[in-house]
Design a protein around this ligand. Structure first.
Ligand SMILES: Cc1ncc(COP(=O)(O)O)c(C=O)c1O
Length: 419
């Protein structure tokens, strides 16, 4: 009977030597312990053992969350049978039309669904693909720190160099342009932002976005704007779309998703919009790089975007939830947090209680809850944890978990003598 060959360290090293050095250090958790919640079997095993995951930015996870209108569309699509077939590699035309209308309402842009929009299987693949035409080996990509972990890795995967640009809690995590200016070089090609930012929930204010766009134009750069969290902005804060600012349309690639605001992460539908000079290239490589999105999910996505009551009702639920989370965590001795400005996350400064690894591990052990350590979000994430507070459909179920987290953090504060 065939058996897997024994793999010693030497064997692993020799195969890894054959790999592209950009990929060699990636770890899926098979040979080493990895602590990132989105890697390998770790999170799955934790759930099987009865733990709760509050580390995936996925509204209402793990409870049923497909709205009724979307369920109907999906059932009909299965009955019709067409979902057995491919969607167009650049995305189904009807979905691109629906997206053009949707984007137009939010931004005032009048997009041509056949020239400006590409559907991707989620925005993660869209983000890497948006960067591919621009990044040659050695090119530098500026990424605010903290930021979404993939933003630091994508440049490297393409042979580029990620240049991290610090943001500061005392600035409410807005851009400090001098930090960009002092890092720009002739090799700088791109700025990549998540707006609103993950993990901090920051909505970059008009002054910040305008200053960043001036910088991008002055240095002849491309801006990739990851707007996965754009749908739920609280307290009437203005959301400025960089692509709409003077001189920016031609050099901005905007990447969005139905995963967060609309809450359909499992459908794996994202979309990119950009000027046709950029889009022509992205259309040209679509088959090779991203394949096509799922036809069934496409039909679900059209129904979800057209039923505007979904975004509206999610906004009310998620806004309530972020307050509930704030009330549960902000006054814990040794913890500091701002009221989230957007989305579904809480970002806690726990540096007086321990490192982000110590605190996250303690929550896994004592509260049986997996949250995110701050460090994968960049060096500025040390001393912080991220909690996905939109998990669970019912506020009461979320509160039970918030109470468990609170209890452990209170205990850690007591142990340190913090009052
Ligand atoms: C800031 C940000 N951008 C993009 C993504 C990718 O989401 P998706 O691939 O589900 O669209 C995520 C997922 O967590 C995210 O947090």
């Amino acid at each position: 009977m065939w058996k897997f060959p024994q793999k010693g360290k030497m064997h692993i090293m020799s195969i890894k030597q054959l790999m592209n050095s950009r990929f060699r250090d990636l770890q899926g958790g098979l040979f080493l312990t990895v602590t990132k919640a989105d890697v390998g079997e770790g999170a799955g095993n934790f759930m099987k053992a009865g733990g709760d995951i509050m580390a995936w930015a996925d509204p209402f996870f793990p409870d049923p969350a497909i709205p009724e209108s979307v369920q109907k569309a999906l059932h009909k699509a299965v009955d019709d049978g067409f979902a057995a077939h491919y969607s167009m590699p650049i995305g189904d035309f009807q979905l691109r039309q629906t997206l053009a209308r949707h984007i137009g309402k939010g931004t005032g842009l009048e997009l041509d669904p056949s020239r400006n929009i590409l559907v991707t299987p989620g925005s993660d693949s869209g983000l890497l693909y948006a960067m591919m035409p621009f990044i040659s080996p050695g090119d530098e990509v500026m990424v605010p720190n903290p930021s979404y972990p993939s933003n630091f890795l994508n440049g490297k995967l393409l042979g580029g160099v990620t240049v991290s640009v610090p943001l500061y809690e005392e600035d409410n995590y807005q851009f400090r342009m001098e930090e960009f200016e002092k890092r720009v070089t002739p090799k700088t090609k791109m700025v990549l932002i998540s707006h609103p930012n993950n993990p901090t929930t920051t909505v970059f204010r008009r002054e910040s976005i305008e200053a960043l766009c001036d910088f991008v134009i002055k240095h002849n750069l491309i801006l990739v704007s990851d707007q996965a969290f754009q749908d739920h902005i609280y307290d009437g804060i203005e959301f400025v779309h960089p692509a709409t600012l003077p001189g920016m349309w031609e050099r901005t690639v905007t990447v969005c998703s139905i995963s967060k605001g609309i809450g359909l992460s499992g459908f794996r539908i994202g979309y990119i919009y950009a000027d046709d000079v950029i889009m022509d290239v992205l259309y040209g490589g679509a088959v090779n790089v991203i394949g096509a999105s799922s036809t069934l999910s496409t039909i679900g996505a059209i129904a979800a975007i057209e039923d505007e009551s979904i975004l509206k009702s999610h906004f009310v639920r998620l806004e309530r939830r972020r307050r509930q989370a704030y009330e549960s965590f902000h006054d814990i001795p040794g913890v500091r947090m701002q009221l989230p400005e957007s989305g579904i996350l809480s970002w806690l400064n726990i540096s007086r209680l321990g490192t982000s690894e110590e605190v996250a591990n303690r929550l896994m052990e004592d509260a049986k809850i997996m949250v995110n350590q701050g460090v994968p979000y960049g060096s500025q994430g040390e001393g912080y944890i991220r909690i996905v507070t939109a998990c669970f459909a019912r506020d009461e179920d979320a509160q039970l978990r918030f109470d468990r987290i609170r209890k452990v953090l209170l205990k850690m504060g007591e142990e340190k003598g913090i009052k």
